[in-house]
Design a protein around this ligand. Sequence first.
Ligand code: SAM
Length: 283
Amino acid sequence: MTDDLNDLPPLRDVLQKHGLFAKKSLGQHFLLDLNLTDKIARLAAPHPAVLEVGPGPGGLTRSLLLAGAEQVFAVEKDERFLAPLQDIIDASDGRLMVNNTDALRVDAAELTDIRPLRICANLPYNVGTKLLINWLTAKPVFWDRMVLMLQKEVAMRVVAEPGSKAYGRLAVLAGSIAHGHISFDIPASAFTPPPKVDSAVIVLDILPEDLRFKDLKTLAQVTAAAFGQRRKMLRKSLKQLANTRDISLGDWLEKAEINPTDRPETVDIKGFHRLAEILAQQH
Ligand code: SAM
C-alpha cells in the first residue's frame, strides 16, 4: 500500500497531466516539495483520522497517508482536483475520502464518527481565519490537534501574548481551549505560485477538559466587540454589547475586575473569561 503511494508521479507532472493551474480566487498556492509536506504531516500523523481542508493536487494528503494517518477526510471545493485525488484514493486502498464541497458549509464533525480528529491543512488564505474560528468554537470539541499552515502574520496572531501588537480575538479564543506554538516558518518561495507573504505552520493542542473555557460563543462576542475597536477604551468598545444585553456596563466591568479605561490588548485571557462569564450570567 505504502509502495503504491510512493509510486505516484511527482506533483508537477500531476498538475501538467490534468492541465491544472492555480486559481487565485480559491487561494491556491501549492506545496510541491514532498519533503516539506512530509515534515508538516509528521506533526499530525500517525493518527486514526485526519481532516484535511483543501488537498488540491494532494501533496500533503500523500504525506499524511504515508506518515500513518489511517484515514484522511478531505474537503476540496475545486472539482478539478477530483481526478488527481482519485489516483491517491486508489493508491491508498481507499484510506482517503474526498468531499467536493465548500469547507465553510460543511460541519467537519459530521464527516466521521472517529474521535478525536486531527486537523491538518495548508489553508486557503481567504477562508483560513474563518475556518479556524469555526473549529475553535465548535461544540462539542471534535479535534485534539490542529496543524495549520497560515499566513505568518495570522499565525503570530494565534499565539500572541497579551500586551503585544498581534494579541487579539484569535489569541484569546485559541488560548482558551488550546496550547499553540509556531512550529516552523515556510518562505513564500516554497509555494507554486508564491504568495505575497511568508507562511508558518502552527500547532494547536487541545487543553485538558477541565482547563478549557466552556462558553466560547459568549467569549467570541465579547472579543469581537472589544477588539473590533482596539484603540478604544473598554468602556467605549463594550458599551453597545452591554446595551444590547440590557446590563449596566459599569457593574459588568467592576464584577469582572476590568478597568474601564483599559484597552483590550492589556486584558489577559482570564480577564476576557470573566467578562464572558458575567455577561452570560445576566441571562
Ligand atoms: N493542500 C494543497 C497544497 O498544500 O499544495 C493546496 C493548498 S492551497 C493553499 C488551498 C486549497 O484549498 C486549494 O486546493 C483550494 O482549491 C482549496 N479551497 C479553497 N477554498 C476552499 C473552501 N472554501 N473549501 C474547501 N477547499 C477550499
